[in-house]
Design a protein around this ligand. Sequence first.
Ligand SMILES: Cc1cc2nc3c(=O)[nH]c(=O)nc-3n(C[C@H](O)[C@H](O)[C@H](O)COP(=O)(O)OP(=O)(O)OC[C@H]3O[C@@H](n4cnc5c(N)ncnc54)[C@H](O)[C@@H]3O)c2cc1C
Length: 362
Amino acid sequence: MIHKAHSGKIYDTAIIGGGILGLWAARHAIKRGENVVLLEKRKIGAGASGGFLGALMPHMPDNWNAKKQFQFEGLDTLEGVITELEDETSISCGYRRCGRIMPVTNEKLFGQIERRIKGAEENWQRRYTMTLRQVQNNDLINPDIAKFGIQDDTLSARINPRQYIAALDAFVRPRCDLFEGAEVYFLNVQSAHGELKLANGDAIIAARIIVANGYEAYPLLQPFMGEANDGKSIGRGVKGQAVLVDFAHNDDLPIVYHDGSYVVPHEGNRVAIGSTSENDWQNGTSFDEENMSFYEKAIELVPALKDAPIIGRWAGVRPRNTLEGRGTEPYFRMIEGHKNLIALIGGFKITLGIGHNASNKI
Ligand SMILES: Cc1cc2nc3c(=O)[nH]c(=O)nc-3n(C[C@H](O)[C@H](O)[C@H](O)COP(=O)(O)OP(=O)(O)OC[C@H]3O[C@@H](n4cnc5c(N)ncnc54)[C@H](O)[C@@H]3O)c2cc1C
């Protein structure tokens, strides 16, 4: 039981959700000297952040815009903040700037790739490159798919999401009030202080509320934002699944990406393979053995993985906002008309690469 409302304690910041974004928000607030409470319905890392893919892949560097700049800054600075976190917690996050290769399937793509190469020169601050090259013997990519070569970039990286969460948890937990099994179901932000009501009947009072509970944030925020979307739903969850295989390698391989399939090499002879996108689902965390076409596609792309035993299966639900753009980008901002209420919600693919910056901008 929590009973903070009864004890009269008023927190500076209450954070709902112990995924990558909630944990980063907590780390920043703690470093600013704030008094923080973090409320997690299940366990830390139980949501979309607790998978094993961990691809950190940049948007294409042509047609540059503010969104791509923000993502670039996230990927560029992540290595430094990870080193700091690892030093503080003695937990490795399994980060490596591994690069990414993508097959070129059609010569008509050459013009587009030339624009990307030029875009990388202009926008990646000359520290990372994109190139077009021939398939080499040590590339694991299927040469029948990479008929016209490979697009290769040096900015992409990978991280082990579970170790990353464990490191953030190790920093945050001893420095704030952190409650697992604490489901927030209602928010009241009418007065100067916000009030959070919990499913067990307790209440928490805080000067500022950060709503960072993934796709489950939408129903909590809907009463404050419905008008922004003409009363329609402001977002939904999209389920995805992935597998982990045991494959001997020297941890010097790049990510291989093609047509929605990605193969992400990790330490300890692990390779993660993803992923699916389902709008209609009943159970967000149950792995559906029938839904393995993503794996078959990945094996066609990287045939060397054919006999690698599957040692892990994972399903999770990522948030998709229906308020703006394609909805696949993270959504982080103050809620209009409510200075003490902040939305901090992840998106598809890129959230692990920008979580440290997104949570610092709000
Ligand atoms: C199959 C798949 C593959 C992916 N691959 C990648 C990838 O390679 N790279 C990448 O960057 N991103 C990837 N993503 C996306 C990324 O995982 C998510 O965008 C990100 O983890 C979302 O983080 P979050 O903190 O917003 O939410 P979550 O990690 O979902 O955390 C939300 C937390 O809030 C808790 N919660 C929910 N409701 C309540 C409540 N009412 N009260 C209290 N707590 C609550 C949940 O239990 C959960 O722990 C992938 C997602 C999926 C599904």
